[in-house]
Design a protein around this ligand. Structure first.
Ligand code: WT7
Length: 667
């Protein structure tokens, strides 16, 4: 591991590799701050210990939780690729996330600082959270929800969303959260696939200064095609206060139903492998996959990674993960990880630019946020808005910064470090997936000497490799495919209702070796540190050269005029694929035509002439999924002058009309 084997060697700058390099000219390394290293929750020796006894290491992490019955066996891999962790163990997730903290005398500690977009705010203590979760668990039970029944959740970022998830977990009813900005069609297909019995939603919520209606969408979803057969009741939380359509008998107000319940509820201990939730990932093709996560292994790994990667100190830290609860990052690092660790967290309803572009920094300042976890897409947006905005705020409470969701360009990494971390805070670039449930590859903030743009090494307890197409590990300095070669506690336990698709999607590619294929390209640098290169589908083949979209994007963003870039490979009769780039300019950039030429030259200089984009299109926005990932598939449709594929998972579908209108028909 980086600092363990450290010998802070020769800085590896551009030129160290003759081939493509997304290090660009950034060769600096950043050692952990001495004080943080000294007091870090996890030290370098964890790598050694976990390698010597991997299962013993995980058993030790599991002991941070409360088990009503201890497990018989740490891992049962006899049914591979279906893992069973902590077999025979029994525990209750909600008890672990809430009650035990109250019982240990921390009932008055704030669990959530809620910040509504209009500026309404209130804090919820662990004792209050316990009472709310108990009432909600009693309400669900009264509605006939039993352990094993599925509950669909279609909610904005409000404290009741956290309560709803925990209430489901408490009674053993797996939840299926559907992002609030998803369409009625997307909600319905997820309800049907999981055969959810109850839907929990809200009247509406606040976004960008206006009220977004939610209940009408939920109704539309439930009414289509003769009606959703599985849904018996809809619980509606009052958030926005507007009038909503109502179906007597089916619809119930959350507040009326929960307020009359007892605030006591005895948690039942569930089997370690009891299903905890289903979360649908869109994937690039086909219908969404219902990723299934279970109880003991999941909670063990989310709480361990939250403690290790963010160095959480429950008595003093304030943690803010800016993701949405509708995304796995929200499940693992807004709800389960932080609460299992007795963190005090911020929960923010709105967007970063309402009422102004300083809203995030105002939140950091107001709550004294010490650990911030956000996405590269947000960081690049802040870059576009300019350094003067964060400069107006007191960000001195920050001590650890995290990034997740896609590769972070060195440019954005450095910007984050300088303008948000003010050169004091380690950055943890965390690689993982909905399927992995928790962080897998990341620096440790008190151990690792970081390199801007690299997620560095698998965490203690985790094993990953970069392999060639035959499954052989590539040497340092080479690229290949990222695989996970050992099972991990929070791994998915399958795709809901589709065993075959689970085997095919993740296990067929390297069936001989028994590796999990993550679908990402990666390379190992000269030190063996890992650089993620994006989805394999996003690697271009130009005149026989593999070029990663991430690398070209990083080169474009390293030009002062470019705020954000998306690159795709379009089919080309001569070169196989040609590179088409879509760029967003920083405010007030010059002549577009001359700039396009300049950018091409810039990329050629940074990476090599082979990586030079053939076309560069200036756009105002890029098509993104809810998790901030650029939907290159749609840009490829535009570049290849084709009808657009499925746009239902876009946050804003109108973006595509603007882009398509601007691009001259490709030749
Ligand atoms: C895919 C998983 C993990 C929660 C958020 C997304 C990409 C994620 C990184 C990172 C490079 C990253 C990968 C991965 N990704 N984090 N730090 N560096 N790439 O969850 O929607 O399931 O997407 O996101 O391509 O496979 P997801």
């Amino acid at each position: 591991m980086a600092a363990e084997e450290a010998a802070p060697g020769t800085p590896q700058g551009a030129g160290a590799q003759e081939t493509l390099s997304n290090l660009l000219h950034e060769g600096r390394r950043f050692a952990p701050p001495a004080a943080l290293a000294e007091a870090a929750n996890v030290r370098a020796d964890a790598y050694q210990a976990s390698r010597a006894d991997r299962l013993g290491f995980w058993a030790e992490q599991a002991r941070h939780l409360h088990w009503d019955r201890e497990w018989d066996q740490v891992l049962d891999w006899s049914g591979a690729p279906f893992a069973r962790w902590f077999t025979g163990g029994r525990l209750n997730v909600a008890y672990n996330c809430v009650d035990r903290h109250v019982e240990s005398g921390h009932g008055d500690q704030v669990a959530l600082h809620f910040e509504g977009e209009p500026g309404d705010r209130h804090s919820v203590t662990y004792a209050e959270l316990q009472r709310e979760v108990c009432r909600a668990a009693n309400a669900l039970t009264e509605l006939g929800v039993h352990a094993g029944d599925r509950v669909a959740i279609y909610l904005p970022m409000i404290p009741e969303a956290v309560v709803a998830l925990l209430a489901c977990a408490r009674i053993g009813a797996p939840h299926s959260v559907v992002f609030a900005a998803f369409s009625p069609g997307a909600l319905r297909s997820r309800i049907d696939d999981a055969q959810a019995k109850v839907l929990i939603t809200a009247d509406g919520y606040h976004r960008r200064g206006s009220v977004v209606q939610l209940k009408p969408n939920a109704d539309e979803a439930l009414q289509a095609d003769g009606g959703a057969q599985s849904i018996e009741h809809v619980l509606v939380i009052r958030r926005s206060g507007q009038e909503v359509p109502w179906t007597e008998g089916r619809d119930l107000w959350w507040h009326e139903t929960t307020e009359r319940q007892s605030d006591r509820h005895t948690p039942e201990a569930f089997d370690s492998e009891h299903p905890l939730f289903i979360l649908y990932t869109s994937g690039t093709t086909g219908k969404p996959k219902g990723i299934l996560h279970t109880t003991g292994g999941y909670l063990t790994q989310v709480s361990y990674t939250h403690r290790a990667v963010f160095d959480l100190k429950p008595d003093t830290d304030v943690f803010w993960c800016t993701a949405d609860i509708g995304w796995v990052t929200g499940h693992s690092y807004i709800v389960y990880g932080p609460l299992a660790n007795r963190a005090t967290s911020v929960l923010y309803e709105g967007t970063p630019d309402t009422p102004n572009q300083g809203r995030f920094w105002e939140n950091v300042d107001r709550y004294g946020v010490s650990i911030l976890y956000t996405a590269p897409t947000a960081i690049r947006t802040f870059m576009k808005w300019g350094t003067e905005i964060p400069a107006r705020y007191d960000l001195s409470s920050l001590r650890v910064l995290g990034s997740v969701g896609e590769p972070i360009n060195p440019e954005a990494w450095i910007w984050y470090r300088e303008n948000i971390g003010r050169e004091r805070c380690p950055i943890v670039d965390t690689w993982w997936q909905t399927e992995t449930g928790a962080i897998m590859i990341s620096p440790l903030p008190g151990v690792t000497e970081t390199k801007p743009g690299s997620a560095m090494r698998p965490l203690p307890g985790i094993s990953a490799e970069v392999v060639d197409s035959d499954g052989n590990p590539v040497p340092n300095g080479a690229g290949g495919l990222l695989v996970l070669d050992q099972p991990w506690p929070s791994m998915l336990r399958g795709i809901w209702g589709d065993e075959e698709r689970y085997r095919q999607t993740y296990w067929e590619r390297f069936a001989d070796q028994g590796y999990y294929f993550a679908g990402d390209g990666a390379k190992k640098d000269e030190d063996g540190d890992i650089w993620l290169l994006g989805r394999v589908d996003d690697i271009m083949l130009v005149s026989g050269h593999n070029i990663s979209t991430t690398e070209v994007e990083s080169a474009l963003v390293s030009h002062p005029a470019v705020a954000e870039a998306a690159v795709v490979g379009a089919t080309d009769p001569t070169t196989g694929q040609r590179i088409v780039a879509f760029v967003i300019l920083r405010g007030g950039s010059e002549e577009v035509a001359t700039l396009a030429e300049e950018l091409k030259t810039h990329v050629a200089k940074e990476i090599g002439p082979i990586a030079k984009p053939r076309q560069i299109q200036v756009v105002a926005e890029l098509p993104k999924t809810r998790s901030g990932k650029i939907m290159r598939r749609l840009l490829r449709d535009v570049a290849e002058d084709r009808a657009l594929g499925d746009t239902t998972t876009l946050t804003d579908a109108s973006v595509m009309d603007l882009i398509a209108a601007k691009l001259p028909h490709a030749t």
